[in-house]
Design a protein around this ligand. Structure first.
Ligand SMILES: [Zn+2]
Length: 230
């Protein structure tokens, strides 16, 4: 019986670690910037997909906001022109894997292939700055963090995630209010706007920007966010 309890505790501990946004077993993980600077990074995952990418880029351009896009290699390969659009807008690109598979219990070669193929596509698009990595579904355990540490790649998660906190039918206003309420100095905000099911999250973007600007926050890319506290 005792053995079973210990095994159970080990598994729940590993499960907690695998989904933690603040801790991984190896290498550097960042979930926010300096708490002393009034800056915020908006991050958009899972694109670039047609229509949605163009819409969010227009919203960001209209309000002169720079953001960070964690792109999926497969999507990038399908729509390289959208990545070019993102870069033309002055935004930052990050790596969000090639196939968006959960990277738990995956072989080292699978992990390396997912990250390197996507990095290559990001470089081919003309992006020359440091490439950060965001694990699909935020999941990581042994092989992924070990690989990232060996390659000196920083994981970037988030500290505000309306998609997980709110119910699926939440309105754009509710989503924006949640983000405005939860955000603090140095926050990294996770937004999903690349799917039809997330149309309210997309519609919330201008409200989020307006609300946070009223609180005197400045919008920066992840790179600028991390540089601002140093
Ligand atoms: Zn994702």
């Amino acid at each position: 019986m005792k053995k079973l309890v210990i095994i159970f505790l080990i598994f729940t501990g590993l499960w907690q670690i695998s989904k933690s946004t603040e801790f991984q077993l190896f290498g550097e993980l960042i979930s926010h910037g300096s708490r002393f600077e009034k800056v915020i990074a908006l991050t958009f995952d899972d694109g670039p997909k047609p229509v949605y990418t163009e819409r969010v880029l227009k919203m960001l351009a209209d309000q002169r906001v720079k953001a960070t896009f964690f792109v999926v290699g497969e999507e990038l390969a399908r729509s390289p022109h959208l990545t070019a659009e993102i870069l033309r807008g002055g935004h930052q690109l990050g790596n969000h894997s090639y196939s968006h598979s959960r990277m738990l219990l995956k072989s080292p070669s699978f992990v390396a292939n997912e990250i390197e193929k996507t990095d290559k596509l990001i470089r081919k698009s003309g992006f020359e700055e440091k490439i950060y990595f965001r694990p699909p579904f935020g999941k990581k355990l042994f092989t992924l963090p070990y690989y990232l540490e060996q390659k000196n790649i920083t994981s970037v998660t988030w500290d505000v995630d309306p998609g997980s906190a709110l119910r699926e039918e939440a309105s754009a206003r509710e989503i924006a209010d949640y983000v405005i309420d939860q955000a603090e100095n140095g926050s990294i905000i996770l937004l999903h706007v690349m799917f039809v099911t997330r149309k309210n999250e997309l519609a919330a973007v201008p409200m989020i920007i307006e609300g946070l600007r009223e609180l005197d926050y400045e919008f920066v890319t992840v790179d600028e966010l991390l540089a601002s506290g140093q």
